[in-house]
Design a protein around this ligand. Sequence first.
Ligand code: 5GP
Ligand code: MN
Length: 343
Amino acid sequence: MNEDEIKEIKDLLSSPKNIVIVPHRNPDGDAIGASLAVYKYLKNKGHKATVVSPNDYPEFLHWLPNSKEAFKYDMQNRQSQATIDEASILFLLDFNTLSRVGDDMQKKLETFSGTVIMIDHHQQPDDFAKYLYSDVSICSTCQMVYQFIEKLDDLERMDSTIATCLYTGIMTDTGSFRFPSTTSTTHRIIANLIDNGANNAKIHNKVYDTNSYGRLQLLGRALSNLVVIDKLKTAYIPLSQKELDEFNYQKGDTEGVVNYALSLKGIIFAAIFIEDTDQKIIKISLRSKGKFSVNKFARAHFDGGGHDNAAGGRSNVSLDKTISNFLRILPDYKKELLHSYED
Ligand code: 5GP
Ligand code: MN
């Protein structure tokens, strides 16, 4: 985003507008944190803003400020459509290809004739937005939103609500400030967010220490399902719909589980395969350490994408078939897997 574009956006936002903010489907802490932060920032500037999420997000993010004000496109379809029809500006946050909002909402957004602003840190953005702020080196969309507000010379509009939302997204997308994308700039921004009223201890508690009994039991099952392929430095976890049902699965319960597979000594590639009989897909999450790009792997084999070290995708065949496909593909990457990461 260049100086001219920043000036144009400043001009655009200098008078009250009707604005819709959209995160990706199944929003995570970064997507919904960024959306609710932009929502409050725009409200502080005097705009009418509405977050329209494609669908609901996990319970452990419901406490976020103004969460209840957000529409869910799938559940509140009529209001969501009307709100999009009335808007003249659309913010797309934490995704870069329209398919990430799901088929129905994608069709609706394709008809949008106003100004589109996209802020995102994934690779290979589509050419859809008039204003694209894309940077794959930045750890989170929430950090980019902070820097976007800074570019607009509006940091004095930061308040504890915005700070709380941005802190949450940066924390969740960096694995609590431990992934390589966490920089000294990230920590400086985090310090500013704390100074602006983000209660760090409380946010960690709300996100990480509110597990249900069922979720921990499901984690136990996932860990006992773990399969390790030492010679390819790979580990994976299958989870069937039957197992999810057994532990009263709630949205978000499997979030982060794949990281346990990656925490094994010597493992640099981890996958989780989660059966979803409603959508008739296997949802796949992939994580890696070092140079092995799970973004490329997901794009090449599982209709997905993401970042070099964290990506996702899907498969339309059964859980068993998906895993046998995975195991068939894996040896092709042997060289890369063995030389991806030096301790
Ligand atoms: P997760 O495994 O936590 O669902 O996602 C990891 C990363 O990959 C996130 O940044 C997410 O946005 C991205 N991602 C997950 N699933 C997909 C997908 O199906 N397509 C694309 N393009 N990105 C995905
Ligand atoms: Mn993100």
